[in-house]
Every structure is written in C-alpha cells, then in structure tokens.
Design a protein around this ligand. Structure first.
Ligand code: ATP
Ligand code: MG
Length: 274
C-alpha cells in the first residue's frame, strides 16, 4: 500500500516533491547482494549473504571474530583471493567480476581493518592516484595538498603526514585516521568501514565519527563493521545485522546492537542452529 503512486496523487504535493519521489522510486538501490558465497583454499567462508543498502542508510554489521566480516568487505571490493558466487549489484550494475580499481571508480570504498604499509608511496601521492582513478581527472601534488589540508586538520592529522610513506611507522590510530582521510577525499557513494573504531582512543573515535557524519547524507550508504556498541554511540545506524559463521542471522534496528552488547553473540549462534 505505502509507496504506491496513489498516496502522492491524493496529497497532491508540489511538482518538485512528486518528481523527487518518482526519481527515488525508479533509482536502483545502492547495493544489492544476493546469496553471496566466498571460499578461500577450499574452505567456504561466506555462506549465502543477502543484503540491500539503500541510499541514505547506515548499516552496522556486527559479529564475532572469524565470522567472515572482513571477507565480506574484501569480496565486495574485489579482492582476488576468493572464489565467489552469487551477485553484487552496485547502483544496478553487476560488479562481481570487476577489478577493485573499477569498483573504486564507480564509488565504492573500503577502509581496511589492517591498513598496510606501502613503502615509497607518500600519503599525498596515494591520494592523488586514488582520486584520479575515482574522477578520471589528473591532479598535481600541489592541487592534492590544497584539497587535503582541511580534511587533515579536521581529522587532527599533522600536515607532515602528507609526505610520509603510507602507514610506515603509523600508530594504530594514525592508520585508522588515514583511512578516514581517504574516505573524506574520495567522497564515495558507498563506504565500507572495517573495524575503523578498533584501536582508537575516545577522542579519535569522536573525530572519526564526525568525519563519517559529515559525509553521510541522502545520496550515500555506509556499512560499518564493528564488534562494539561504542562506535554506534556516536553514529546511529538505521539497520543492524548480526553476522555469525558466514551468514546474517538477525537484522533489526539500533536496539539490536545494544542487545548484542548485553547478551554477546552466543545467543545468536544457538538461534542460528535451531
Ligand atoms: N585469504 C584467506 N585464506 C584463507 N583463509 C581465510 C582467508 N581470508 C579469510 N580466511 C578465514 O576466514 C575466516 C573469516 O575471516 P575474516 O577475517 O573474514 O573474519 P572477521 O569476521 O573479519 O574476524 P575479526 O573480527 O577477527 O576481524 C577466518 O577463519 C580466516 O582465517
Ligand atoms: Mg575482520
């Protein structure tokens, strides 16, 4: 009943509102994953994941160690280590065979759980290459420097970080901030944040949450992977998924995260088996 064309007709809203509502209805969802399976070295890790993220939604994915959360994030971005089946539609386009670069160009972004060191590549040069890939425009180092200065300041990163080699000698918290810096510069349509909160002190956590809040909006979607409610005290998710043993076993609102905090994952494990 709701969402049908008759609602807007009877209310007779201004043309702009009706057009807006129409566009929203015909636009494909941002991310539609259907029966996604992934295995590595003959072992199945993702066992049939289905998930839809609409524009404007913030999803949280919570689950115990080793349940396959990072694998899901990596497979979404096209990591070559996994054998996969099922479908991934991004903005209505099947991306499941695309390279990570192509996915990035389309507007997907992953903040890694364990950001790697890239010796010889400075922060600013990395951002330059990533932004050029995203926009199809070449930028000079100077242009990039101007672009990132504000974002770095907002994230409490010293300007000298721009010239350091990527993640080399970065503390855990600095690595996580740097991932958020990349997100702020690339302005992705879909951001997957894999435990960006872990290893952050409370001040850094607030800064990172602010960075996410600034980017969030009606055109973007987020998948926030986390173990703890802590991050969700600063960013209220619209939808929370519980992920156990390669599957989503429960989905609910923000209160589900609080239930996990109180009951742990064991209750869901039993539930999943019954
Ligand atoms: N490339 C790979 N080769 C072999 N095994 C893998 C590979 N990637 C993931 N696995 C295995 O799949 C399981 C899930 O790993 P994954 O990193 O996705 O878990 P996670 O839910 O992110 O855990 P955590 O909360 O500790 O980050 C683990 O047992 C892991 O060892
Ligand atoms: Mg992980």
């Amino acid at each position: 009943m709701e969402g049908g064309p008759s609602d807007s007709d009877t209310l007779n809203p201004p043309f702009g509102t009706r057009l807006g509502a129409y566009i929203l209805r015909v636009m494909p969802d941002l991310l539609v994953i259907d029966d996604l399976r992934a295995s590595a070295e003959g072992v199945e890790i993702l066992k049939g994941v289905s998930l839809t993220i609409k524009r404007g939604e913030i999803h949280a994915l919570m689950g115990p160690n080793g349940s396959g959360k990072s694998t899901l994030a990596n497979v979404l971005m096209g990591h070559p280590s996994y054998k996969t089946s099922g479908s991934i539609l991004f903005d209505g386009v099947d991306i499941s065979k695309m390279t990570p670069e192509k996915r990035g160009r389309l507007g997907m972004f992953l903040a890694f759980q364990y950001p790697e060191e890239i010796p010889g590549v400075s922060v600013v040069n990395f951002l330059r290459a990533a932004l050029s890939n995203r926009t199809g425009t070449e930028y000079t180092v100077l242009e990039l420097r101007l672009k990132v200065t504000d974002a770095m300041e907002a994230l409490g990163m010293d300007a000298s970080f721009a010239d350091r080699y990527l993640n080399e000698g970065f503390s855990g918290g600095e690595r996580k901030r740097n991932e958020i810096l990349q997100m702020a510069v690339l302005e992705p349509d879909l951001a997957v944040l894999d435990e960006t909160d872990s290893g952050l002190d409370i001040d850094a956590l607030k800064i990172v949450a602010e960075g996410i809040g600034q980017l969030a909006g009606p055109d973007r979607g987020f998948l926030i992977i986390t173990h703890y409610q802590r991050m969700l005290d600063y960013i209220t998710p619209d939808i929370v998924h519980v992920f156990v043993d390669g599957r989503i076993v429960d989905t609910g609102g923000a209160d589900l995260a609080k239930r996990i905090e109180e009951d742990g994952y064991e209750a869901f494990r039993v539930g999943a088996g019954s």
